[in-house]
Design a protein around this ligand. Structure first.
Ligand SMILES: Cc1ncc(COP(=O)(O)O)c(C=O)c1O
Length: 365
């Protein structure tokens, strides 16, 4: 790094490595020839139309064409909702709005989604950890011990990468325990795969509850970058002080509105059902491989498993253009790999490759 840049770059960023998103790890990959089962995206690319008549104008900060149908879909008031560039921006906005850099802290419960920690680090906000128990339930005692020390508690449900849903009674205890000291952020990026366990209807009961949502998963719009923060109006009001003036580009608003129309919602529900069937089939078939152990639960659109040969298996799949995600560096997830659900055809390709990997192993043993 040049001396000037070295001198100027913010102190808290010097040692920071950029987040290794699934897309960055295989940057430049060809989505036509490779099978992407590594970022919990949907395998469906649905059709949308764009009207370019108003592209000369700045868009609404919070376009009603998206805000109103999403509020209705989520069962919240219009003033309890904020649209952002993906749930990732929602995470960052919460940290920027509710944590003072160099002073405040957040609490995370690993193994979990990586962006809570990355966003905090880039904002110079410290991170406390309350690792999940071995069964991936919340460690309530440890979580509660941080009362008064953290401003935000991030809980992911269904959790990425364990696929587990948070227990209702445990979360009630966390919300009550932090009622006067912290916001409890429930990341529901995968909630359409576990719809009955949403916390959105509880906003009225818990002023410190925040729920994150996205169109990236069940709605099959990861490329759109559209997410939502659901919270009480005071929380939303304060985030509005921080958000960029035009966070939702006009084409994004147009496509999101189509995805949230009656037919868009119907399509999403059908695709979630399809993926649910794929998930059960894939789980059963994975269990037939030697020494393979399914880990966590299946409440989202991915499956986590452990295998002692995880590195060789991962290398073999990548060499054969099937990309899955290594989760083995995460707390308690030694030798674990995560598969995002694809189409039946993609899942069959993966299974055929795994079968040939294990038969090669058997022959060399
Ligand atoms: C738990 C969780 N939250 C948030 C996100 C990011 O969502 P978005 O694409 O809306 O930024 C992801 C993406 O993988 C995720 O797994």
């Amino acid at each position: 790094m040049s001396a000037l840049i070295d001198k100027l770059v913010a102190e808290n960023l010097k040692a920071l490595k950029p987040y290794e998103s699934a897309r960055r790890i295989f940057a430049g990959g060809d989505s036509n020839s490779e099978t992407w089962l590594n970022a919990n995206e949907s395998p469906f690319a649905n059709d949308y139309s764009i009207d370019s008549d108003h592209l000369n104008r700045y868009p609404d900060c919070q376009p009603p064409s998206v805000l109103l149908p999403y509020a209705e879909y989520a069962g919240v008031q219009n003033n309890q909702l904020l649209i952002s560039r993906g749930a990732d921006e929602g995470i960052e906005l919460l940290i920027r709005t509710f944590c003072t850099p160099g002073k405040d802290k957040i609490l995370i419960c690993p193994p979990t989604y990586g962006m809570y920690a990355i966003s905090a680090e880039t904002c110079n906000v410290a991170i406390e950890k309350a690792p999940l128990n071995n069964d991936f339930s919340l460690n309530l005692e440890t979580i509660k011990s941080f009362q008064g020390q953290v401003n935000l508690v991030f809980i992911c449900s269904p959790n990425n990468p364990t696929g587990t849903s948070v227990d209702k009674e445990q979360l009630q205890q966390v919300l009550t325990h932090f009622a006067d000291s912290a916001l409890v952020v429930v990341d529901e990026a995968y909630i359409e795969f576990d719809a009955q366990n949403t916390w959105a209807p509880e906003l009225a009961n818990y002023p410190n509850l925040v729920v994150l949502r996205t169109l990236s998963k069940a709605f099959a719009l990861a490329g759109l970058r559209c997410g939502f923060t659901l919270a009480n109006s005071e929380v939303i009001h304060n985030i509005m002080k921080v958000i960029a003036p035009y966070p939702v580009p006009e084409p994004v608003a147009q496509i999101a509105a189509q995805a949230l129309s009656n037919s868009g919602l119907q399509q999403m529900t059908q695709q979630v059902e399809y993926l649910g069937i794929q998930k059960q089939q894939l789980k059963q078939q994975l269990l037939q491989f030697p020494e393979l152990e399914l880990i966590g639960d299946d409440k989202a659109n991915f499956i986590l498993f452990r295998h002692p040969l995880k590195q060789a298996l991962m290398d073999f799949l990548v060499a054969n253009s099937v990309l899955i995600r290594d989760q083995s560096k995460q707390h308690n997830l030694e030798n674990c790999l995560r598969i995002s659900l694809g189409t039946q055809q993609q899942n069959e390709k993966l299974l055929a490759l795994m079968a040939s990997f294990f038969s090669q192993q058997e022959q060399t043993a």
